[in-house]
Design a protein around this ligand. Structure first.
Ligand code: SF4
Length: 180
């Protein structure tokens, strides 16, 4: 007799079904356990005396429009710029939470290095020197051991330079960072 696992074939269709179910379950759980409507006083506190600043999402080169609400020099809330000529009020998931690039407690603010199991802060100079030295040694040993990943933040011209850099480094191992 075949087991349940054998009967379930994780083909593309099943995978998509499972993904849809889990994405439905997560907001429901979050809603019941941690999300509530803001009170009138909380809403007033966040808005009072704030200034709306037009800006753009920096997560990729599209540059979708964001309205940043700033109070006492602190970015407190964001809205979608409905009248933006590029995004016309649309965002992907990265842009819809762009404010966390600034205020998240887990945001990486400076180069870190893991030594003896512990993360420690290092200077940009040290980080660049160490990465440069390692890349140079890998290139000498075997340039094909390195892979370069581009970035959604790059313009066409920057992407061109990364492609050139990889070629001069001695490898064709290059792709876009979003190739998942
Ligand atoms: S990351 Fe998303 S929201 Fe941000 S600019 Fe690109 S497409 Fe727009």
């Amino acid at each position: 007799m075949s087991s349940i696992n054998e009967n379930i074939k994780l083909n593309r269709r099943n995978f998509l079904k499972m993904a849809a179910l889990s994405s439905l379950a997560t907001p429901l759980l979050a809603r019941s356990e941690s999300i509530r409507e803001a009170s009138e006083s909380e809403l007033k506190e966040a808005y009072e005396g704030s200034k709306k600043v037009k800006t753009v999402c920096t997560a990729c080169s599209v540059g979708c429009g964001i309205i940043a609400e700033v109070k006492n020099g602190v970015w407190v809330r964001q809205e979608i710029a409905q009248d933006h000529p590029i995004s016309s009020g649309g965002h992907c998931c990265k842009g819809s939470d762009m404010i966390d690039m600034v205020r998240s407690h887990v945001r990486l603010k400076y180069p870190m290095k893991k030594e003896n199991g512990e993360w420690k802060r290092i200077s940009y100079e040290q980080a660049l020197n160490e990465i440069g030295e390692k890349l140079a040694s890998y290139r000498k040993e075997n340039p094909e051991s390195v892979m370069f990943l581009g970035s959604a933040k790059m313009s066409n011209e920057q992407a061109y330079y990364v492609r050139k850099f990889a070629a001069f480094f001695g490898t064709n191992n290059i792709d876009h960072q979003a190739r998942i």
